[in-house]
Design a protein around this ligand. Structure first.
Ligand SMILES: Cc1cc2nc3c(=O)[nH]c(=O)nc-3n(C[C@H](O)[C@H](O)[C@H](O)COP(=O)(O)O)c2cc1C
Length: 183
């Protein structure tokens, strides 16, 4: 059993993250979900709350369970963190160390290994800004899963589609096994 922190960002692929939660829960893992405001425009937090059997974290300034700020308790709790889908915006924040919402703050704070599964329009994916951000994150040891080439929500068949929940599940399990959290 491991503690899986799932970050969900503002992409049409957010609905696929629900299946990912189910896979971890079925495998006996504990899952906590952190959503950005934009992610909540795509899938209701209630979906993730029910599947993960735990309230979803969205707001940095919401009343935490204990004395610790919510983003720090989640950062400390996680054995592994995965952002799926990972928007171009959140990837850019991660690269720069921006911590302006609960998800980006906990990603900056955590000592757990982190994986990202980008999902975006091909233009956003191929933009040198995104490519530089991805290369910098990978160089820091962040596991980049996908994206795939396939049919995109914007109507084109191109690179930018999020990897399947099954592939993300396997990649996160491999990452957690290879780099168990030490502190
Ligand atoms: C219908 C729709 C679909 C979108 N899909 C994506 C996407 O797949 N990937 C992406 O990076 N941004 C996508 N965006 C833009 C993001 O939602 C936007 O950049 C947002 O600020 C991301 O915020 P977040 O990173 O805090 O979740 C989409 C926007 C809309 C309106």
């Amino acid at each position: 059993m491991k503690h899986v922190l799932l970050g969900v960002t503002g992409s049409i692929a957010a609905y696929k993250a629900a299946e990912l939660v189910r896979m971890f829960v079925d495998a006996g893992d504990e899952v906590r979900v952190a959503m950005t405001d934009a992610a909540c425009m795509f899938v209701a937090p209630l979906t993730f709350q029910t599947l993960s059997r735990y309230p979803v974290s969205i707001d940095s300034f919401a009343q935490p369970d204990g004395w610790k700020p919510g983003h720090i308790s989640l950062a400390d709790w996680a054995d592994v963190a995965v952002v799926a889908p990972a928007s171009a915006n959140t990837l850019a924040k991660m690269r720069c160390g921006i911590a302006d919402n609960l998800l980006s703050s906990l990603l900056l704070a955590t000592k757990a290994p982190v994986a990202v599964a980008p999902a975006m329009n091909v233009g956003m994916w191929e933009n040198p800004a995104t490519q530089e951000n991805i290369a910098a994150l990978a160089a820091r040891g962040i596991e980049v899963i996908g994206p795939e080439t396939g049919f995109l929500a914007c109507g084109t068949n191109a690179k930018g589609r999020m990897s399947s929940p099954a592939e993300i599940f396997e990649a996160v399990n491999r990452l957690a096994a290879a780099r168990p959290r030490v502190s």
